[in-house]
Design a binder for this molecule. Sequence first.
Ligand code: G3H
Length: 550
Amino acid sequence: MPDRRRSSPSAVAGRVAAVFPTPGRVPGEHRLPGPLEQRAYLIGGRVRAWEGPLREVYSPLRLRSGSSLRRVRLGAYPALSAKESRAALAAARRAYDDGRGTWPTLPVGERIRHVEAFTAAMVARRGEVVRLLMWEVGKSLADATKEFDRTVEYIRGTIDALKDLDRVSSRLVIEQGVFAQIRRAPLGVALCMGPFNYPLNETFTTLVPALIMGNTVVFKPPKLGVLLWQPLLESFRDCFPRGVVNTVYGDGATVVGPLMESGGVDVLAFIGTSRVADILKHQHPEPHRLRSVLGLDAKNPAIVLPDADLGNAVGECLLGALSFNGQRCTALKILFVHRAVADEFVSRLAAAVDALPVGMPWDPGVWITPMAEEAKPAYLRELVDDAVSRGAAVRNAAGGTVLETYFHPAVLYPVAGGMRVWDEEQFGPVIPVVPFAEVSEPLDYVRNSPFGQQISLFGSDAAGMARLIDPLVNQVCRVNLNSQCQRGPDAFPFTGRKDSAEGTLSISDALRVFSIRTLVAAKGSEANKELLSAILQERRSAFLSTDFIL
Ligand code: G3H
């Protein structure tokens, strides 16, 4: 947590003005060796070199040169056309081969060995990936490292969960004289697309369960956070059979539209906006065949009751609203605070924001860094101006200051319906605080909201909290008590209602969403028993097998 001593407004303004360093102030170990001109893409087990047009990548981090700020070019990546995209899908379909391919028919233990080999190769590239996360999306060193390590843990957790699942399925069941072996089988070709805020982690949380369950995959990196996949491309090629993992790069409409329109995608795993998810789903010619796993929009509220421990509530709301600059789907995006404590809450929150270290991702203890999306600061400024024009005030020093890609967090109070920030998902460091007199006011907000991911409740009276918990669990999918909203721990189910999600992801749930239950059954005649015994004892089938993974 940051040092909570309030900084003077001029000290805050000074820190904001000096947020971008000169090149000489970038520590040697965090400098990039030079622009990464990526021409490589992976299709059908071959890393190919793209000769066509490239998309330029610039960092959200600026470097100071005299009185001006310079953009930093990080490199470029292939702007593939629909032709390559179709080739990627064709390679994935060939590798799946209508469920007859090597990968979907491989015994689970062997699929696990491929994923383990990939994990080891990935860990060897940790430093490069973390550095690119900092430069490409502006994530702090601590958070970028956490994202990488959490992803590796997620993969290892997935392997353990699959072993458990397989052990439970490694036996025959007998019901009403019918023998059966019930397992989970793959669905086909999965298209996996993660978001720019967790480009590595949230892509892998669908990619890995999809793969390990025997599906083949086409994946497209998000619009930001593309170059960081380059160090992993050869590992994908070396660790999986040909065509099991394929990549597409470039403009979404150009490379993703044709995939969906072809009808060749069986599972759509997408983390992004509900608007784009709707477009993609509607492009599929036979939508009933498409399984979707979607993580979408959210505007998670907090409700601070008069009996809440205000110190804890401020700390958790700060974390919830400003971790990675508020660029999290799970971020707290609107705070309802009871009138009896609202002034005190806002004053403590503003002081805490004033004390936050701002700067570059590698600065020790940094909280607020430049925004990943170039156009975001201007959008956030519009939200602040709109709220101020309708009666709110910015309550912290330098709140809403824009310096190129840097946007200084703004605590807005009092916020009310009719302001844009009441409805719009800001996905950035704007903290709207709404005073309320009756708890029915925030409850009505939740009921009328198009979103239904999570909520945070702050209070200490057991009866009062319980009265809120019971209706809220039917409106959102996680009620956090005296704690910020968050996805983790990854063993917990992560999902949402209404416009917020489709399907549930957790380490074990993800194995289920990328597979379907299928069984081999036989009436228990003597002849069938002999047949089953022969197949099992002679180990003739990967599916019909009582082998137990140790
Ligand atoms: O952007 C949404 C992420 O899933 C948030 O994950 O709550 O663990 O930071 P997190």
